[in-house]
Write a protein of this length. Sequence first.
Length: 107
Amino acid sequence: MSWVLLIFAGLMEVGFTFCLGKTKEATGTALILWWIGFFVALALSMGCMAKAAERLPIGTVYPVWTGIGAVGAVIVGIVFFNEPATFWRIFFITTLILSIIGLKSIG
């Protein structure tokens, strides 16, 4: 269950990153709603990460959480915010994913 919470926490990190990106182009009520989404996703992310850290080593929890967030943020940037999908970005994101898998397999 701790790994499920940790993965959900990482996905919520991607969620608050997405909301933060949307605030750059929003105005009025939409801006307020994106900020609310940001804070809800942030709270869920932190809460689930803290709960996962009760049973998993923090040296595994934090890198996995930030790794999921980093990979997700790059994918969100490419898909939703027209950021470039260069060879080197994909290469280094792939190495990050492999590192996360390595941490999971030893922890």
